[in-house]
Design a protein around this ligand. Structure first.
Ligand code: CP
Ligand code: NVA
Length: 308
């Protein structure tokens, strides 16, 4: 069993907060944890969860991960705490970090998450913002590694909105040396800063491709990944985006153009028959529920490292 290591960065606000070596280590630790029970002891350690947006997987997998480490979780519902009343982040962060040993925060603006981290004396984890979902990317690459053993010849194609999930897949993929292709409608490309950073990490390797053509993008793909077309906070754009994203549905026809060994990923929750068909979710190629399970293992490894 690999032991938790102290990470160079106190926080996990972005996929870029870990080095490539640290990332590989976390993935290996998560694999160990999946196969056996851990003997790490984090008794009396407390994780605080602050979720400004809904969640099933992230909330529950963090709670179970902390419980398996021997610690406990406090779920701070913004509507019943003073957060919902508008208490400043700098006050909330200073107070909560005197009670809790680590905080996982799901919110809208990345800058709000950074404000929490600035004022918190304890590690802060990004449990999803409008810009990134780095815990999701850890589970995604763990699932890909389980299937293909290493990342050398893996082509990952993400079809849909260049959103938080796509941004973290790009950054984490760049650190792990994976070829990542994004196929999205014009104007819905991933964050330009994220793209710039990824190109810097890949250096002279031509491994990041952004296109508007989903068919071209799946040719040669070993992994097809999709996510909702309208993320949380974009409810008012749903009707417009549903029209614009016509042609970007991951269906059997699109899947048949990829490599024979292709697997299908989706971070969930999914809108069946919008970004992905029912048939593809339920197909033999789908690893979507393994991917959801892996959230637990990667977050347990991450928590153990951040608490060490
Ligand atoms: N994939 C994911 O983060 O799911 P939840 O919104 O249910 O946490
Ligand atoms: N892009 C989605 C991911 C949900 C897990 C959202 O932000 O709503």
């Amino acid at each position: 069993m690999l032991k938790p290591i102290k990470l160079a960065n106190k926080n996990f606000l972005s996929s870029l907060n870990t080095s490539s070596e640290e990332l590989f280590y976390i993935l290996e630790m998560a694999k160990n944890l999946k196969n056996k029970n851990s003997n790490f002891e984090f008794k009396n350690k407390v994780l605080g969860l602050i979720f400004d947006k809904s969640s099933t997987r992230t909330r529950v997998s963090f709670q179970v991960a902390m419980s398996r480490l021997g610690g406990t979780t406090v779920d701070l519902n913004p509507t019943t705490s003073q957060i919902g009343r508008g208490e400043p982040i700098r006050d909330t962060a200073r107070v909560l970090s005197r009670y809790c040993d680590v905080l996982a925060i799901r919110t809208f603006k990345q800058s709000d998450l950074e404000e929490y981290a600035k004022w918190s004396s304890k590690p802060v984890i990004n449990a999803l913002t409008d810009i990134e979902h780095p815990c999701q990317a850890l589970a995604d690459y763990m699932t890909i590694k389980e299937e293909f053993v290493d990342f050398k010849n893996v082509v990952l194609t993400f079809i849909g909105d260049g959103n938080n999930v796509a941004n973290s897949l790009i950054l984490c993929g760049a650190l792990l040396g994976v070829e990542v292709r994004i196929a999205c409608p014009k104007g819905y490309e991933p964050n330009s800063l994220v793209i710039k950073k990824a190109y810097e990490i890949y250096k002279d390797k031509d491994l990041l491709k952004i296109t508007n053509d989903p068919i071209k993008a799946v040719f040669g793909a070993n992994v097809i990944y999709t996510d909702v077309w309208s993320s949380m906070g974009e409810e008012n754009k749903k009707a417009e985006k549903d029209k614009l994203f016509n042609g970007y549905t991951v269906d059997n026809d699109l899947v048949s153009k990829a490599e024979k060994d292709v697997i299908i990923l989706h971070c969930l929750p999914a809108y069946r028959s919008k970004e992905i068909t029912d048939e593809v979710i339920e197909s033999k190629k789908s690893r979507i529920f393994e991917q959801a399970e892996n959230r637990l293992h990667v977050q347990q490894a991450l928590l153990a490292c951040l608490l060490s």
